[in-house]
Design a protein around this ligand. Structure first.
Ligand SMILES: Cc1cc2nc3c(=O)[nH]c(=O)nc-3n(C[C@H](O)[C@H](O)[C@H](O)COP(=O)(O)OP(=O)(O)OC[C@H]3O[C@@H](n4cnc5c(N)ncnc54)[C@H](O)[C@@H]3O)c2cc1C
Length: 404
């Protein structure tokens, strides 16, 4: 891996940095960036800010830099996607509502969608006017997504599919116009073969979205009940029965997106500053041996995350698509993210548990702390990432699988 920017990458960085300096507000000195501390999608105000930010990004050509030019992107290299996230970390931009659409579902539609689907959905995804969600997990199917039971049956009279079932943990569903769903279309087929991918209109009759309350106080994800929802035949993404292969495309992008978003959401400088400015036993906390070694641990892990991203983007530059190595990235990010939030709260001591605007950092670190356990679950749990790394990267023997 070459760590220095090439002349093209340096020019890209300079252009992006200049645009940010002219259009975004830097994270205030001694403060934490919103991405780590305030998970997005909580209220209408956050959504409105995020929409406006995405609209401005898209208008200036920064809306989805990795997308090909024909779809309004910049055809940025994976290294430039890293640079983009690296520079963004210094700015207090609105919470991210678009990473599922732009980072995961957009690339999936480009790989598997019909021409009509690409023309219909990608422009409004890019300019932020339409938000997307990922309708995969169910009460009985998360890590083992192929065990899902939501059904779609073809109905000739309606010239469409009729979908019935329940999804859960659907991030941003309450704000979404569209969802990419994986459902079972052939119950008789081997379980990975009986799945298909569909675009679901989140405002169609029979779609009932119920926000869930998280322990961090927000409602970023939802239950989604699907009752006799008619889905036009043209909303099938990829061939019927190939939903699993479509899902693998989304998953590979998901892990990369999570890592890059993680990078964009935190810098370790504010944590070190906090350790210098808070006291432990009458002395700066940074002088406490245990706390200092925890600060060092987070700083090293963060550096390892950056290097892991660089390694992953180098691999993608060669292969063209994110591979199973993205799992190392997701795993590295979940650990640095949760240790960072835990340490920040510990440094604040009892005051860290306070919420509300008069609490230290507006109570954001308490929110981050209570949201952090989800880093190890969303986008595939740590254990599942370790399985992928063991089997697909290191070539170790397969873990036992459920029957079917
Ligand atoms: C913040 C957040 C956002 C999310 N957003 C979305 C979304 O937008 N759309 C969506 O569809 N889903 C979403 N999810 C759901 C997420 O994908 C699932 O929670 C995740 O895949 C785990 O599934 P599960 O919760 O059913 O747990 P389970 O799969 O039941 O796992 C339970 C435990 O068993 C372990 N385990 C399971 N299988 C194995 C195995 N083979 N080997 C070793 N250990 C194993 C797991 O690691 C875990 O510890 C989100 C989750 C979170 C936390």
């Amino acid at each position: 891996v070459d760590f220095d920017d090439t002349p093209e990458d340096a020019a890209f960085r300079a252009e992006w940095r200049a645009w940010l300096a002219a259009n975004a507000t830097p994270v205030p000195e001694g403060s934490f960036r919103g991405g780590l501390v305030a998970p997005g999608g909580n209220d209408a105000e956050v959504v409105a800010q995020a929409k406006d930010w995405q609209r401005r990004l898209a208008a200036a050509g920064w809306g989805a830099i990795s997308w090909p030019r024909e779809h309004g992107g910049r055809a940025a290299t994976p290294m430039q996607a890293y640079i983009y996230a690296d520079e963004l970390a210094a700015y207090a931009v609105p919470a991210d509502l678009y990473s599922i659409g732009l980072g995961m579902i957009g690339p999936t539609l480009m790989a598997w969608g019909s021409e009509q689907q690409k023309q219909t959905y990608l422009p409004a995804m890019l300019d932020g006017s339409e938000i997307w969600c990922q309708l995969w997990s169910e009460p009985g199917a998360g890590s083992d997504i192929a065990s899902l039971t939501t059904r779609a049956e073809y109905d000739e009279q309606r010239d469409g599919w009729v979908v019935n079932g329940q999804k859960v943990w659907t991030s941003g569903a309450q704000w979404s116009h569209w969802g990419l769903a994986i459902v079972r279309t052939d119950p008789a087929a081997e379980r990975h073969r009986g799945l298909s991918a569909f675009v679901i209109d989140m405002h169609a009759p029979g779609v009932d979205v119920r926000p869930l309350r998280e322990m961090s106080g927000g409602s970023t994800f939802n239950e989604v009940f699907l009752t006799d929802v008619t889905v036009p035949a043209a909303s099938l993404v990829g061939p019927a029965g190939e939903g699993w292969t479509v899902a693998l495309t989304t998953m590979a992008h998901e892990r990369l997106t999570a890592g890059l978003m993680g990078l964009a959401s935190m810098k370790t400088g504010p944590l070190v500053d906090l350790a210098r400015s808070t006291a432990r036993n009458g002395r700066p906390a940074i002088e406490d041996r245990v706390l200092r070694s925890r600060v060092i641990d987070v700083v090293i892990r963060h550096r390892v995350l950056e290097l892991t991203i660089l390694r992953t983007v180098s691999a993608i530059a060669r292969s063209g698509v994110p591979g199973p190595e993205s799992s190392t990235l997701k795993l590295a990010w979940s650990h640095v993210g949760s240790r960072y939030a835990e340490l920040a709260l510990d440094l604040l001591g009892a005051a860290g548990a306070l919420g509300g605007s008069s609490a230290p950092f507006g109570g954001q670190l308490a929110t981050a702390y209570s949201f952090a356990p989800s880093f190890h679950i969303g986008g595939g749990t740590d254990e599942v990432q370790r399985n992928v790394i063991g089997e697909k990267v290191l070539g170790l023997p397969r873990e036992p699988r459920p029957l079917g």
